[in-house]
Design a protein around this ligand. Structure first.
Ligand SMILES: [Zn+2]
Ligand SMILES: [Zn+2]
Length: 354
């Protein structure tokens, strides 16, 4: 079968390969015919070999996907051949640590994610597990369903890890897919104001932020962002800052801006040391909160919200047949749009099984 494989260390070591299709190995395994697979920022980092995490190369990329069940292990009871499903990202968790036993398996120390440590979703077929599959509502397309994963990252950050109340002022740094979905999730709380901050390379993504409900967007090179935001409301700063960029300079801005008693939720990764004092956090008695990944109930809730049209990731996406994977990567990398989706069975993705 066709698969987009990161085959070696070094920049650009990705190619379309013919690899063996996965097979059922355990009783609870499910083979999925992948209909849509999103390109994640982490896939681009692996493409450029700039990722800050260990990789088990050669590995098929991709962890945001949807598809159709084509085969089930003998112990599978919840899904049948032909079901439309999405699947979560941990190909393996230990099932015995304190996190696995309490449903927080995204924090399992032995977690092995698709597309990084195990073969991922940019392929015609993928082996998943019953425990991490979810049914796709009938009115949600495969392409929208493939965005459940990034939507859940945003949902976890806003709905689980942030204190947010109706009327709050919210600032989102970074109009990437996670920042954009965070706008949609924050919007569900009827915020007082949502401001999205990007750079002048982000203009098309900032337009999507407006479509997703941002009250204003600011371009860092064109505006004194801090001065502008201080003019809003009572001038004391936003109640919640969502940092979907992650680099040190954004964290510093977040700390400078956040309202006394407010919160910064850090979603974006920034491997460099921060290099500045965190004392303003103390003085402001502000909260700095990390948020990572997602788990079962979030997937169910995000799928419900997609079925109701309250979350709709499609305007930030563009789809490509798997043969055009390189264009999908390069165009997303150039920030032409927020999210590329690879279609391993192009032509069939929008409709039913083909
Ligand atoms: Zn991702
Ligand atoms: Zn575990």
């Amino acid at each position: 079968m066709k698969a987009v494989v990161n085959y070696a260390d070094g920049p650009g070591k990705v190619e379309l390969r013919d690899v063996a299709a996965p097979r059922i190995e355990g009783p609870k395994d499910i083979i999925i015919r992948v209909m849509a697979a999103g390109v994640c920022g982490s896939d681009l980092h692996m493409y450029h070999n700039s990722q800050g995490f260990p990789v088990n190369r050669p590995v098929t990329l991709g962890h945001e996907y949807s598809g159709i069940v084509v085969e089930t292990g003998p112990g599978v009871t919840l899904f049948r051949v032909g079901d439309r499903v999405v699947s979560e990202t941990p190909a393996y968790v230990c099932d015995s640590c304190v996190y696995c036993r309490t449903g927080l398996y995204n924090l399992c120390p032995d977690r092995r994610g698709y597309g990084v440590l195990e073969d991922g979703a940019m392929a015609e077929y993928l082996r998943s597990r019953e425990a991490i599959c979810h049914a796709i509502p009938d009115n949600v397309s495969f392409e929208a369903a493939a965005m459940t994963e990034p939507a859940c990252v945003a949902y976890n950050a806003v709905a689980y890890h942030s204190h947010i109340r109706p009327g709050d002022d919210v600032v989102v740094f970074g109009p990437g897919p996670i920042g954009l979905m965070a706008v949609q999730v924050a919007k569900l709380y009827s915020p007082g104001r949502i401001t999205v901050v990007g750079t002048n390379r982000d203009k098309s993504r900032l337009e999507v932020a407006c479509r997703f409900g941002a009250d204003q967007v600011l371009v860092a090179e064109e505006t004194d962002v801090a001065a502008e935001i201080r003019q809003y409301g009572d001038g004391l700063g936003p109640d919640l800052v969502l940092d979907a960029v992650g680099i040190s300079v954004t964290l510093k801005q977040s700390i400078d801006l956040v309202r006394p008693g407010g919160q910064i939720t850090k979603i974006g990764w920034g491997p460099a040391p921060v290099g500045f004092s965190l004392d303003p956090l103390i003085q402001k008695a502000a909260r700095l909160q990390g948020s990572f990944s997602h788990n079962w109930p979030m997937w169910e809730k995000v799928l419900l919200l997609m079925a109701r049209g309250e979350l709709d990731p499609l305007p930030m996406t563009k789809s490509y047949p798997i043969d055009d994977w390189k264009r999908a990567f390069d165009e997303m990398d150039s920030l032409a749009h927020a999210k590329s989706i690879v279609l391993p069975h192009a032509g069939a993705a929008k409709g039913e099984p083909a």
